[in-house]
Design a protein around this ligand. Structure first.
Ligand code: ADP
Length: 431
């Protein structure tokens, strides 16, 4: 699924870039070509105008003077070669023909093989006409203009080779094409890499969700199995009274409680993941809240043969009181669950600079450094059988950590195996 998504993202990326490159490349190519063409056509028009205005060509039709310099014969150009040089740009040539396309003058001796001058003359019957033509393997642009010469109607052709322009445009097309192909290939590879990176958090979050669902299902399987088994036992002896089947009835109740607790925890975490849980904060004394929870759980400590010490001072905080109470219950409940009989649990609240510190210390089995890294993970239990036996599902500390972080605080653990554990919540304290 992720492989496919990665391919699709990479292809979209490369596709989008290819369209951009093609659009930019085509625009660049067309702009350069238009500018070259405008230059060429402009030089032809300028040369034609110069020829007509500064030389005898309009009058003589470009007839070559007789070699003896007969004064009565028309001259090709007023001013001779110099006038020609000023009239024509260096790479522009000119010719003249009569109306049938028969050559009158070709002073720059252009190779006219294959060039149909009569056809060009026909096109320019009444007005100036510009056309691109090919002759003898070369490409020309020729401007044809009708002349009303003394020898009769004639045509002036002003032309320029397009070979250099064609070559430049070919080179430009190759450069743009190759650049585009390389650009698309590089962007495709970049897109593949980026898509891979972009998908990592999504993949992780999906994996976490999958693991969460499978752990939750696994966690619910045991109580459901216990309820079913006890139910079957009860159904086997319908005549029994509740009193005689008290163990089964009690087990069903206990498992139902366990499931209700688990579902509550799952919902809390699922809502937290979705970002749907909002905190309702107020100002209160964290020491007082800890005292209340400590007093409420005192009986439980006594029942388990533990000493619960409360050592709290007044520290004002701005927080969600029910959520913080939930966190203190989780920490105290764990300490009371995992500390063996005769042990001691201390709940402290102190101010440390601008922070409020709430800690729960116990004299229980402690937590190894490796396990300390994982105790806040969902469904993590050091001794699964033991934790289940005392009603633990491995979600308490995950919820506690979320509550701490939702308050921009931190929940940490310090412990050494055999020497008890201390869980500490640090929060901003009010001045
Ligand atoms: P649980 O509901 O199982 O207590 P928690 O997330 O609260 O889940 O705790 C995760 C695990 O961390 C527990 O199963 C237990 O193994 C260990 N743990 C938590 N608190 C203590 C403690 N005070 N002393 C020793 N182990 C603890």
């Amino acid at each position: 699924m992720f492989r496919r998504a990665r391919w699709i993202l990479a292809l979209w990326y490369a596709g989008a870039l290819a369209v951009t490159i093609v659009a930019i490349g085509a625009a660049a190519y067309l702009t350069v070509r238009k500018s070259m063409d405008d230059d060429i056509t402009g030089s032809l028009q300028k040369s034609a105008t110069n020829l007509v205005t500064t030389t005898d060509i309009a009058r003589t039709g470009g007839q070559v003077p007789p070699p003896d310099g007969d004064r009565g014969s028309p001259r090709v150009l007023r001013g001779g070669d110099e006038a020609l040089a000023t009239a024509l740009e260096s790479d522009v040539f000119y010719l003249t023909t009569d109306t049938q396309g028969n050559l009158i003058a070709n002073p720059r001796q252009v190779n006219l093989t294959g060039l149909n001058l009569a056809e060009l003359a026909g096109e320019a019957n009444a007005a100036t006409h510009t056309e691109d033509v090919s002759a003898a393997g070369h490409h020309y642009r020729i401007l044809t203009e009708p002349l009303n010469a003394t020898i009769g109607p004639a045509y002036l052709y002003v032309g320029r080779s397009l070979d250099a322009r064609d070559q430049q445009l070919r080179t430009l097309a190759i450069v743009l094409g190759l650049g585009g192909v390389v650009g698309v290939a590089v962007s495709g590879a970049g897109g593949w890499w980026l898509a891979g990176r972009a998908l990592v958090p999504i993949r992780k979050s999906l994996d976490t969700q999958r693991r969460f669902i499978s752990d939750a299902s696994h966690e619910l399987r045991t109580p459901i199995a216990v309820v079913k088994a006890n139910n079957e036992l009860l159904l086997r002896h319908p005549e029994d009274t509740i009193e005689s089947a008290y163990d089964q009835v009690e087990a069903v109740g206990a498992e139902a409680d366990h499931m209700a607790h688990l579902v509550d925890d799952l919902l809390t975490l699922a809502r937290a993941d979705e970002g749907r849980t909002t905190l309702t904060t107020s100002d209160f004394d964290l020491g007082e809240l800890a005292q209340e929870v400590g007093r409420d759980m005192g009986a439980l400590a006594e029942l388990r043969g533990l000493t619960l010490d409360l050592d709290t001072s007044k520290v004002e905080v701005e927080a969600d009181a029910p959520r913080l109470r939930q966190l203190v219950v989780i920490l105290l409940d764990n300490a009371l669950k995992y500390t063996p009989k005769g042990g001691r649990v201390t709940l402290r609240v102190v101010r440390s600079g601008r922070r409020a510190e709430l800690s729960v210390r116990d004299t229980g089995p402690g937590i190894s450094p490796d396990d300390q890294k994982r105790v806040f993970d969902r469904f993590f239990r050091i001794d699964e059988a033991r934790a289940r036996a005392v009603g633990g599902s491995g979600l308490g500390l995950a919820i506690g950590k979320w509550i701490a972080e939702a308050h921009e605080g931190r929940l940490t653990v310090e412990s050494a195996p055999g020497q008890g554990a201390t869980f500490t919540l640090r929060l901003h304290a009010k001045d």
